[in-house]
Design a protein around this ligand. Structure first.
Ligand SMILES: *[C@@H]1O[C@H](CO)[C@@H](O)[C@H](O)[C@H]1NC(C)=O
Ligand SMILES: CC(=O)N[C@H]1CO[C@H](CO)[C@@H](O)[C@@H]1O
Length: 499
């Protein structure tokens, strides 16, 4: 019987067809409709990802209820390697949390600016900030001194953690950033004016009590790329990512605690939090990192064949480079699920990748302000040129410029419904200072543009530079209470109503 069965299977399906079929089946949900139907996340009043998710996985590790994969697996091109379990991540990040709340005197809601390449410390800072309730602002290593100045001033960050390549740029601008109190360097060497992270961590306790954060407390701030005007600060709460990215981790990435996820993206970009922190760790999966100085096709293919990477995501441009190599000569024994995001993928590249690996590429789309907005989920038919269907996190529609939903097949704007209820997995706000100004009679005839400039300069001089208003609006009068207090709520409502 066994022989017969084997022959039958072989004659009907090739090994790669079987592999492809298996890989296209979702592991932890049945189909798109069931996801849409069952999606009903509960938002507790208090939530902290370090305590409520990471430390829970550490407990499961202890009693053998989690697969034996590490939680973080880091390699570089000099064959150095680090593997940390959730327990070890907990140990190191608690020490770092003690550095932040002790020596750096960071209180809840204070802001920390982080610019590091893909080194393990980047992840430790992420987790330590959760433990202390510090709001994390990640930035890429490509920032200039001017960019750094703008970010430090706008955010009023009290602490910066970076490496030797960025330290001189910070030194150039630090005197113009009055709120910046601690500068911490990640390096084997010491540098004047900086404290060394390694030394600091050697001298603190490893027990730390995680702070109580409300689900809607601010957790992280990303600067938008600033395509139009100066970059804006986009704030996410503890639950918007910590719970909201379940949609990415469970449904799009289809991860479990046995999976190893590799996204080749750099740290600092808004969405490295998506794929390299929250989405995989919600699912208990392993985050794999290769600290390559730059994208190199043969390094990527060799890495995919020598480590048990089950889930792989890279940019469409990168896939285009990969399929130019002789991909079929590599054996990806563990690879089961491939994804892309960032720009549309060319159907030709998808086809070549499938021919070489037997695997499809699943597209996803989202923005700094959101979690996954739309995607091709496992088990869904892939239609080249389409990025799939709306994610269960949002009610997504194509609308015209007035917000009216358009009929099927018509081009328009992609919109997310925010009324009557704003989805919890949407960013909280953009934290822009706006001034409403009532002019006295002698100023009414003045040139308004010049007045705006003068006001901004005045505030910069009188208070900290970062506090100056980015927006100024002249009004006839301010809404006041009977006792004469200004009703800021009303101003705020008016402002949001306009957007
Ligand atoms: C990988 O990182 C890029 C850039 O940050 C992001 O656009 C993409 O969504 C990430 N992939 C996954 C699977 O989260
Ligand atoms: C690993 C994982 O995501 N497991 C989930 C699979 O789905 C069930 C039912 O929705 C969840 O309870 C598990 O947590």
């Amino acid at each position: 019987v066994r022989v017969f069965y084997r022959t039958l299977t072989r004659s009907r399906l090739t090994a790669s067809q079987i592999q492809r079929h298996k890989a296209s089946l979702p592991k932890n949900f049945s189909d798109y409709e069931s996801i849409k139907h069952d999606f009903n996340p509960q938002i507790p009043e208090y939530f902290n990802f370090a305590r409520d998710v990471m430390d829970k996985w550490a407990e499961k590790e202890k009693v053998g209820q989690r697969a034996a994969t590490p939680a973080l697996w880091w390699v570089n091109d000099r064959k150095q390697e680090i593997q940390w379990s959730f327990e070890e991540l907990g140990f190191h990040s608690r020490k770092l949390a003690n550095v932040l709340s002790g020596l750096c005197q960071l209180n809840m809601r204070d802001r920390l600016f982080l610019i590091l390449p893909r080194i393990p410390e980047w992840w430790l800072v992420n987790i330590a900030c959760l433990r202390t309730g510090t709001v994390l602002l990640p930035g890429t290593s490509q920032l200039t001194a001017r960019d750094i100045l703008h970010r430090l001033q706008t955010s009023g960050a009290k602490c910066i953690i970076t490496d030797e390549s960025i330290a001189p740029l910070v030194e150039d601008v630090a005197s113009q950033c009055p709120s910046l109190q601690s500068k911490i360097l990640v390096s084997n060497r010491n540098r004047d004016g900086w404290r060394n992270l390694g030394d600091l961590m050697n001298n603190v306790a490893s027990d730390h009590e995680c702070v109580e954060t409300r689900s809607d407390d601010p957790m992280t701030i990303f600067f938008t790329s600033g395509t139009t005007g100066l970059p804006k600060m986009t704030q996410h709460s503890h639950c918007s990512y910590g719970i909201g990215l379940t949609v990415n981790g469970r449904y799009w990435l289809d991860l479990t605690d046995q999976d190893v996820l590799w996204n080749t993206s750099d740290t600092g970009w808004a969405k490295s939090a998506w794929s390299s922190v929250y989405a995989p760790w919600i699912q208990g999966a392993c985050v794999f990192i290769h600290h390559m100085p730059r994208f190199d096709s043969s390094t990527v293919l060799t890495t995919l064949s020598s480590y048990p990477i089950s889930t792989f995501c890279t940019a469409p441009t990168a896939y285009r480079m990969l399929v130019q190599e002789d991909v079929a000569k590599y054996k990806f024994k563990s690879l089961q699920h491939c994804l892309c995001a960032g720009e549309p993928i060319n159907p030709e590249v998808m086809k070549k990748w499938r021919e070489a690996t037997g695997l499809d590429i699943y597209e996803g789309y989202g923005q700094t302000e959101t979690v996954l907005v739309a995607a091709t989920f496992k088990g869904m038919k892939i239609k080249p040129g389409s990025f799939g269907k709306a994610s269960p996190a949002y009610d997504v529609q194509v609308v015209d410029d007035d917000g009216a939903v358009l009929p099927r097949g018509e081009e328009g704007n992609l919109a997310i419904r925010v009324k009557p209820l704003k989805p919890f997995s949407l960013f909280t706000e953009y934290t822009v200072v706006k001034a409403f100004v009532v002019l006295t009679p002698e100023y009414r005839s003045h040139d308004k543009e010049q007045l705006v400039k003068d006001l901004k300069t005045h505030v910069k001089k009188m208070t900290s530079p970062y506090k100056y208003p980015r927006k100024v609006e002249f009004v006839e009068q301010l809404p006041k209470t009977i006792s004469g207090k200004i009703r800021r709520v009303e101003l705020r409502k008016r402002e949001w109503g306009q957007i």
